[in-house]
Design a protein around this ligand. Structure first.
Ligand code: 13P
Length: 260
């Protein structure tokens, strides 16, 4: 049985003045919620403040990316060890916005995944097709390429420690979420690939999150699907009530019969 995981990806939102009340609201709103793991990924500049607020609560902290080197002359970059020092447990890697805007390649993502694991962080490897790729029937080809490349050279037992996120690019920030049937189809495919790369047992243990326009009013249906193990939430994670509602749906899904 996989514990659902709900991650708030704040992206480039959250000055300290905004981050503090948001993190406090999420922490307090989820104080009595059991059954789902929750993490916040604020911008680097808010990690320390948010870390202070969620310390000793059930809410974990994550980075939105990291460098592949432990240290070095990389102006503007953040190392995995720096994230660990601030109390991060997770790091998002290969987000489509970084692939597109910054030009992150599968090879770089793979190096980052390895570095994250070496520092004890749980990588959340993001994969997903564009609208054009879906139109051309290339959804499975695209996510398979990203998954295989992202996990290349990583031993099976190590893959077991990671998290995957399926984020169709056409669903990110558009208000047009994948239906639970569309997401389930891809999640099932990814789990099959994981099984091939590792073992059936490990593939069954790895959490695969769905991301892309997850909102308080569509989360229940998405997280109820058997292969969807939680959500990676962008816009709705910036509103306390919405994010708390999404996390509660995931917690409820964990206790309800799967697929119900
Ligand atoms: P939205 O929830 O705003 O669509 O963003 C999803 C996302 O990219 C999370 O990483």
């Amino acid at each position: 049985m996989r514990t659902p995981l709900v991650i708030g990806n704040w992206k480039m939102f959250g000055t300290l003045a905004e981050a503090r009340p948001l993190a406090t609201g999420v922490r307090d709103g989820l104080r009595r919620v059991r059954g789902a793991d929750v993490a916040l990924c604020p911008p680097f500049t808010a990690l320390a403040a948010v870390g202070e607020i969620v310390r000793e609560s059930a809410v974990a902290l994550g980075g939105q990316t990291c460098h592949w080197d432990a240290a070095g002359a990389h102006t503007g970059e953040i190392s995995p060890g720096m994230l660990v020092e601030l109390g991060c447990r997770y790091v998002l890697l290969g987000h489509s916005e970084r692939r597109k805007e910054i030009g992150e390649t599968d090879d770089l993502v793979n190096r980052k995944v390895k570095a994250a694991i070496a520092h004890g962080l749980t990588p959340v490897l993001c994969v997903g097709e564009t609208a054009e790729e879906r139109r051309q029937g290339l959804t499975f080809t695209t996510v398979e390429g990203q998954l295989r490349a992202g996990l290349a050279g990583i031993p099976a037992e190590t893959i077991a420690q990671g998290v995957l996120a399926y984020e169709p690019v056409w669903a990110i920030g558009t208000g047009q979420n994948a239906t639970s049937a569309q997401a389930s189809e891809v999640h099932g495919y990814l789990r099959g690939l994981l099984s091939e790369l590792t073992s059936k047992e490990i593939a069954q243990a790895v959490r695969i999150l769905y991301g892309g326009s997850v909102k308080a009013d569509n989360a229940a249906e998405l997280v109820a699907a058997p292969d969807i193990d939680g959500a990676l939430v962008g816009g709705a994670s910036l509103k306390v009530a919405d994010f708390v509602a999404i996390a509660k749906h995931a917690a409820r899904a964990a206790t309800a019969p799967r697929g119900a």
